[in-house]
Design a protein. Structure first.
Length: 395
């Protein structure tokens, strides 16, 4: 990693402004999944161990679009942080302004405060210079640990870097070490797995990965478009008509690297109570039916394809795993990756639905790395420069 990290700078006696990703799911003012909070703890604890003057944490939550929405307040996060850290965490009712500045200044030496949702202000997503300048007043050093927003040029991750020395936190460093290394110098064989609904959402990822991987496994709704491009009747299955030409071109030019499902679980309705059956991909999907998961033969074939892989990157589920009837393909693949981790392979889960699926399967602890940023990891896999990373000081 060529960017400076929190370990490269003296924080003693300094006011540290840290951008975390506390965009957590809430229900009735309660956090239902604190994965992102837990992921930020190593960096917070490291900073506190360096005896700073103070630590001000900032984050967004949801999409309030510049409005102050009580249901998207970060107050529950402050309480959760205090519990996890077993120490006092102050909370500021705003992220800028005299009251926020006074709250930061009033912290005892080594004190910790969480600022209110940055997206309560329009200036955040617009990367407004004046808003960024106000945020920067809370610190002497800026630490960015929010990989999940690194692909966005916002005030709290890019704008403040114009005012303060900006370095990466430990989580951001870890994300880059795994994802960037996997792309730049992977241990081979290098296999990527892409799923999810649409080919068009991941066309740049597909094209970028095909130039680097030894094999690319395709599942989920994406596979339907490839089958339709081959002339197969997919009935009510999700198929992107506008992506058929792209799929045909990829099959023609890179078919030797692409591996599509061998069978699919189809249903006559999008529900757990539907009629279901497994069909081979040499058969058309019957009228009124749709493909909602990969079948058992595909799980076995994909597991075999992964059996000698040394580096595996997975982004996108193999089916509608949110419905138990159509989770077997995704969970089966997760088991195959866990087995490869045990054999010494590097297994990287690219955030988003893939991360949720691995967690739901109870296998999160058996992966080498689970990214906290779905969109950011995708853009990194595409080979794009992420604004939040570019803004950091070079080592």
């Amino acid at each position: 990693m060529k960017k400076m990290t929190v370990r490269d700078i003296d924080l003693t006696g300094k006011r540290v402004l840290m951008r975390a990703d506390f965009n957590v799911p809430l229900s009735d003012d309660r956090i239902t999944d604190d994965t992102r909070i837990v992921a930020a703890l190593p960096t917070i604890n490291y900073i506190l161990d360096q005896q700073p003057r103070s630590v001000a944490l900032m984050s967004h939550l949801g999409r309030p679009k510049g409005q102050r929405l009580p249901e998207l307040s970060l107050a529950p996060v402050a309480r959760a942080l205090a519990e996890r850290l077993d120490r006092a965490v102050a909370f500021a009712d705003d992220c800028i302004g005299e009251e926020a500045s006074a709250a930061v200044a009033a912290l005892p030496t080594g004190g910790l405060i969480l600022l209110e949702n940055t997206r309560f202000h329009d200036g955040e997503t617009k990367n407004d210079a004046a808003f960024a300048a106000q945020l920067s007043r809370h610190g002497d050093i800026f630490v960015n640990d929010a990989f999940g927003t690194a692909h966005r040029a916002h005030a709290s991750n890019v704008g403040v870097a114009a005012h303060l020395t900006a370095v990466a936190g430990l989580l951001l460093e870890k994300e880059l070490d795994y994802l960037a290394t996997a792309l730049a110098s992977p241990q081979r064989p290098f296999v990527a797995i892409l799923g999810g609904a649409k080919v068009s959402d991941k066309i740049e990822v597909i094209e970028a990965l095909l130039g680097k991987v030894d094999a690319l496994l395709i599942g989920g709704g994406m596979a339907n478009t490839f089958f339709a491009a081959q002339g197969r009747e997919m009935a009510d299955s999700l198929v992107e008509q506008e992506a058929l030409d792209i799929a045909r071109e990829l099959l023609s030019s890179q078919g030797h690297k692409l591996m599509l499902p061998l069978d699919q679980r189809i249903a006559d309705d999008f529900s757990d109570s539907s009629k279901q059956r497994i069909i081979g991909v040499d058969r058309d999907v019957p009228l009124g039916w749709q493909s909602l998961d990969i079948g058992p033969a595909t799980v076995n074939a994909f597991a075999t394809a992964l059996s000698d892989a040394k580096t595996i990157v997975w982004n996108g589920p193999m089916g509608v795993f949110e419905l138990p009837s159509f989770a077997e393909g995704t969970f089966g693949l997760a088991k195959a990756l866990a087995a490869q981790t045990e054999r010494g392979a590097i297994t990287i889960i690219g955030g988003g639905d893939s991360a949720a699926a691995v967690e739901q399967a109870g296998l999160a602890g058996q992966m080498s790395h689970i990214s906290t940023g779905g969109g950011a990891s995708l853009e990194l896999l595409e080979g794009k420069d992420l604004p939040g990373i570019v803004a950091l000081a070079d080592r």
